[in-house]
Design a protein around this ligand. Structure first.
Ligand SMILES: [Zn+2]
Length: 81
């Protein structure tokens, strides 16, 4: 049984959904989401490549992802083009 996040190793995980085939988990610290049926190199922190792990103490230092445009914003750009 997984009791910590495969990406940041915190125990801030919750069960999202269970089916007859898999269980879906989500980390409240880094937002990583995974299914119980994924490969060990994805769902076990100890087996996960170091480049794909996160330090939960440095999350605020990560580069910000560009926001997804809202549908209203997309309509305005098409109208103005
Ligand atoms: Zn996490």
């Amino acid at each position: 049984m997984i009791d910590h996040c495969p990406r940041c190793a915190t125990k801030d995980i919750s069960l999202v959904r269970t089916t007859s085939q898999w269980t879906l988990f989500r980390c409240g610290t880094c937002s990583f989401t995974w299914r119980s049926t994924e490969p060990d190199s994805v769902i076990h922190f100890e087996q996960r490549p170091a480049d794909f792990r996160l330090d939960p103490h440095n999350l605020t230092a990560l580069r910000q992802v560009l926001p997804t445009p809202t549908s209203a914003g997309r309509r305005a750009r098409h109208r103005d083009a």
